[in-house]
Design a protein around this ligand. Structure first.
Ligand SMILES: Cc1ncc(C[n+]2csc(CCOP(=O)(O)OP(=O)(O)O)c2C)c(N)n1
Ligand code: SF4
Ligand SMILES: [Mg+2]
Length: 766
């Protein structure tokens, strides 16, 4: 709410017809994107912004728009795609949150510094670590110095409206800067509100006008040079121009908002001022919390307290003068920041407001800075009242409060010693079965594993305890367990972000009975590489006992092997003594089943819908084992849960290689009943069918020699690919006649890869 109508403009306006609906911020972002009709959207899924791309993709499958949707390999890639598309001279869109923004951060100044406008929606979320997917403003604050325009959308209506207005300002000839529209993760991204949007999308397109390119990289008759290096004295001039572009944007904003009001009937100011005309005490808050504070201000006004609320709709350019004018008569002000600038005595908003006031020699406002609402902590009217109380007591001199503090922190009990919430750590003796022996065959140079059948080791204590939160029928932990059963001795695991991580640790609980470390899924392999090297160095220095070996295992999903390919390949090329175990469930499952590069062609996912405008995923699945084999690490393997002895033996070999020669990579296909749309109890059958149709061959590449460890053909078990696809809700459409083309392409690719593998198996040099 809060978009007050100015009566004087109501008569003058020529409003376009609108639809009234009940929508979330993400829905409004998706609708506005379609109305704007961007040429290209480059994106990478991250909660809570993921839904925006999902909704746009769904609409594309229904044939409702023709925007090109490009699923990137990570946010850095997404930002690169967007930049590339922007220099091509069209409209570009992206959406992200938290780590996604940070991962792409270094690209943002490149784009603003070369002055190519685009729009990025940011559903704000806490920056890791610790990992917390709910909303605060720690991400958007990182963008403050990127040179992008930053709009703050307080509710779903504002998401739609400011997306349109932001782009209009961004594309002005005197601005030409990319823009962020930030709205509160979950509070705004996921809560439905009453909203209006234009019935006819062309209203938005006409408001924006055709995209006016300045220069573009797609006109060979007029070649341009974009991004040459630029040294002193030009660079400082370039930056000054960027600063002037921000000034131009600030000057243009009232005009753009007024024009938009004519069309929509909704009024926006650069700074939203609520009951500030005569306010003596005030709070400054961004986005949804400001709406909460308005209710509190109303209540206080009823008690005779002249309370007001200030909330910038725009953070870049920073509306310093408007704030100075608005706060001139305010005696005490609480500035709430939903993120800290650690060690600086305030959040970014507090510092910027204080600095704006400093330029007014007449200003006597006492400012208090409070950090609140971190990690999605709610902000209720009572909290706003507490802020007003601080301001009132400060104004009246009836209370002395620190100028900077955290608000809403729960004091701990120093006497309380944290207890480990989980099963006790494994004893050394529990980690060794003594029944697995690995020796080198001097003739073949392959390893020989002597081990009992996997079932005989089933009683051995598991490294992951059963008390985790995976879905019924999930194949992740049975597969990890089977693999780890082949490993003797101590293990340290690093889990990249993904289902296995999310369901097995959540402060203060752990399902792991061994040392466990998490790092974000773009960088786990590098992190574990560092730990391994520290281990060996400390052993060499005598700081850790020699001979007490540890096996280091990184567990990653298939998505982690998209965004983390670079780190994994880097670790492989350095040949750290560690194992990467990828569990492949063919998608980004913990974030809601978006496509990964391992998702096969034609599969239905939440970012590759099936409909008249789209036939599921549009490109073939990645062959990660072959990619890793190309790094020449000593051992690469594939496995599935349904072949436990095979997986156990590969675990034993993996340990030997990681101890003696260097890095190991293994990929296990695991069933995900929730998102594959299969029965919980059918998981093993489905992955076995994937092996039997030769989609997922079981093999190993040991010291560069490829060997199939299971061949369904000579034993008459090979089945058609369609038989496997028919087993899953996400793929059974591929067996319908209208998907004949996709099925044929997919079958041909499966066959090509299988025949190649067989040739490699048969040839001594391959
Ligand atoms: C830089 C960054 N981008 C995006 C995310 C959101 N995210 C976390 S896990 C994940 C998908 C993981 O997929 P996968 O590795 O296949 O594991 P699964 O969930 O399928 O088990 C995504 C997109 C994030 N945490 N950080
Ligand atoms: S979403 Fe899939 S992979 Fe994740 S826990 Fe559930 S079944 Fe397992
Ligand atoms: Mg996955």
């Amino acid at each position: 709410m809060a978009i007050a109508e100015r009566p004087e403009t109501a008569a003058a306006r020529k409003e376009a017809a609108q639809v009234t609906a009940f929508k979330t911020g993400n829905e409004m972002a998706a609708i506005s994107a379609q109305h704007i009709d961007f040429h290209v959207m480059g994106y990478y899924p991250i909660t809570p912004s993921t839904e925006i791309a999902e909704l746009i993709d769904e609409a594309k499958a229904e044939g409702l728009h023709s925007m090109v949707m490009i699923p990137a390999d990570g946010e850095h890639g997404a930002a690169g795609i967007c930049y590339g598309a922007a220099v091509g001279g069209g409209r570009v869109f992206n959406a992200t949150s938290a780590q996604g923004l940070l991962y792409a951060l270094e690209e943002y100044p490149v784009q603003s510094g070369t002055r190519f406008p685009m729009l990025l929606d940011l559903a704000t979320r806490t920056v890791s670590g610790p990992l917390d997917i709910r909303g605060d403003h720690s991400d958007v604050y990182y963008a403050l110095n990127t040179g992008w325009l930053i709009f703050m959308a307080r509710d779903p209506q504002a998401v739609y409206d400011l997306n349109v207005c932001a782009l209009r300002v961004a594309e002005r000839a005197d601005v030409r800067l990319p823009a962020i529209v930030a709205f509160d993760g979950f509070f705004t991204s996921h809560q439905k509100r009453r909203v209006d949007y234009f019935e006819d999308p062309t209203v938005v397109r006409e408001f924006l006008g055709p995209f006016t390119e300045t220069i573009n990289a797609l006109d060979p008759r007029h070649p341009v040079t974009i991004g040459p290096y630029m040294n002193d004295p030009d660079l400082i001039n370039n930056k000054m121009q960027q600063s002037l572009a921000m000034d131009a944007a600030l000057a243009a904003l009232p005009e753009v908002f007024a024009e938009y009001e004519q069309l929509s009937g909704r009024h926006y100011d650069v700074v939203d001022l609520y009951r500030m005309e005569d306010a003596e005490v005030a709070v400054i808050l961004l986005n949804s919390a400001a709406e909460t504070a308005k209710d509190a201000a109303d209540r206080l006004r009823e008690q005779g307290i002249r309370a007001g609320v200030v909330s910038p709709n725009v953070l870049r350019p920073f509306p310093a003068e408007i704030l100075r004018n608005a706060l001139r008569g305010v005696r005490a002000l609480v500035i709430g920041d939903r993120a800290d600038s650690y060690g600086s005595g305030g959040g970014n908003l507090a510092h910027e407001v204080k600095s704006a006031l400093k330029d007014d020699p007449l200003n006597r406002t006492v400012c208090l800075s409070r950090i609140y609402g971190l990690g999605g902590r709610d902000f209720y009217p009572e909290d706003a009242e507490a802020f007003f109380r601080l301001a009132t007591e400060t104004a009246e001199g009836s209370g002395v409060h620190p100028s900077f503090d955290y608000y809403g922190v729960v004091a701990g009990d120093p006497a309380k010693i944290p207890v480990r919430r989980g099963l006790p750590p494994l004893e050394k003796r529990e980690t060794v079965s003594g029944r697995i022996a690995v020796t080198e065959d001097p003739e073949t140079l392959r390893l020989r594993v002597e081990a009992p059948p996997a079932w005989q080791l089933a009683a051995r204590p598991k490294r992951v305890a059963p008390g985790h939160g995976a879905c019924p029928g999930c194949g992740v932990f049975p597969a990890i367990d089977q693999f780890l059963r082949g490993i003797e001795g101590d293990v340290v695991v690093l889990y990249q972000t993904g289902c296995a991580m999310v369901v097995s640790t959540g402060y203060p609980y752990t399902s792991h009975r061994v040392t466990y470390l998490h790092n974000l899924f773009q960088n786990g392999a590098a992190t574990l590489g560092g730990l391994v090297e520290m281990f060996h160095e400390r052993v060499r220095r005598g700081e850790l006992p020699a001979g007490d070996d540890i096996t280091f295992v990184m567990v990653s999903g298939d998505g982690g092997m998209d965004i983390g390919t670079g780190a994994a390949v880097g670790a492989a090329l350095r040949n750290h003594k560690l194992i990467i175990l990828e569990y492949d469930n063919q998608g980004y499952m913990n974030t809601g089943a978006q496509l990964s590069y391992s998702t096969p062609l034609g599969n239905r996912t939440s970012t590759s819908h099936v409909g008249p405008g789209e036939h599921g995923k549009s490109f073939q699945h990645k062959d990660m084992p072959q990619l890793m084999a190309a790094t020449n690490i000593p051992y690469v393997f594939t496995g599935v849960e349904g072949f436990p002895d095979d997986l156990l033996q590969k675990g034993a070999k993996a340990q030997w290689y990681a101890q003696h020669e260097g890095m190991v990579y293994g990929k296990v296909l695991i069933s995900c009943p929730l998102n594959w749309l299969t029965e919980d109890r059918k998981g093993t059958d489905v992955v076995q069918a994937a092996v039997d149709c030769c989609f997922f061959p079981l093999y190993e590449i040991e010291r560069h020699k490829t060997v199939l460890t299971y061949d369904p053909e000579p034993i008459g078990r090979r089945i058609p690919v369609a038989d496997w696809l028919r087993m899953m809700g996400k793929t059974k459409h591929l067996c319908r006649p209208e998907f004949e083309f996709e099925l044929a392409q997919f079958e041909a690719e499966v066959d090509r890869r299988w025949r190649r593998l067989k040739a490699m198996n048969d040839h001594p040099l391959l």
